[in-house]
Design a protein around this ligand. Sequence first.
Ligand SMILES: Nc1ncnc2c1ncn2[C@@H]1O[C@H](COP(=O)(O)OP(=O)(O)OP(=O)(O)O)[C@@H](O)[C@H]1O
Length: 252
Amino acid sequence: MSSVIELNGISKQFGQIQALEDVSFGIEENEVLALVGDNGAGKSTLIKIISGVLQQTSGTIHIRGEEVEIGDYNDAEDRGIETVYQDLAIAPNRTVAQNIFLGNEILEGGPLGQLLRFVDDDAMEQEASKLLSRLELDLDPSAAVKNFSGGEQQSVAIARALQSDPNIVILDEPTSALSLDATQRVLDLIKRLNEQDVTIIFISHNLEAVFDVADRAAILASGRLVGVEDLTDVTEDELVGMMMGRARQSAD
Ligand SMILES: Nc1ncnc2c1ncn2[C@@H]1O[C@H](COP(=O)(O)OP(=O)(O)OP(=O)(O)O)[C@@H](O)[C@H]1O
């Protein structure tokens, strides 16, 4: 395997607060990497840097070997990176298809449709339907999202991220506030994405979910990287110890 993203000496300061300090590790092509750590460890700051919302104070990012500056959301999208944040940014009164194409609507053909920006709902529903079946999500593209469960809304947000066909998807706490059942469905969706060659980085406090779907975990404590562990090689207790800032005794 080769690194699709290489972080080298990433530090981030907010005034006096050192949110990240000299974080270096690689994310492998087509892996599922969990980002774990206690509250305030720096997880959100790190994914915001990778997705262009924040810029690092120092350090470099290489994507597929090339040093890049991810100045904003568009830079990240151009590099094939999409992020689903915890707030999901779902428009409840719109349909599944309209949410999937939110900000990227398919317009009716012809000069008038383009000029007056007439949205082509039929085309969006057809495209959404293809995407949803690829993701094996049983959702009606024409249904309004407002009555959906938390798990279904999370699925719509993930489908929207997939609309631009990214090869790296970052998920911020995808299973927080979900029932056990809904959590399992979202984890199954993550596994399916990964089978479709999408590299996944996800933040989670749910260690059961981490052990279920992730190949490796990168552990942050107080802004520093404690380690990156193969999850077949570490116990939950060891992981918790590392999240509390203890380096792994048996690390080789
Ligand atoms: N915009 C900001 N301005 C000032 N300080 C910030 C900002 N964003 C994050 N921080 C601080 O940086 C540190 C890391 O925060 P971050 O949100 O990255 O942690 P986290 O691991 O994602 O935590 P949580 O699990 O609670 O979401 C914390 O001390 C936080 O208060």
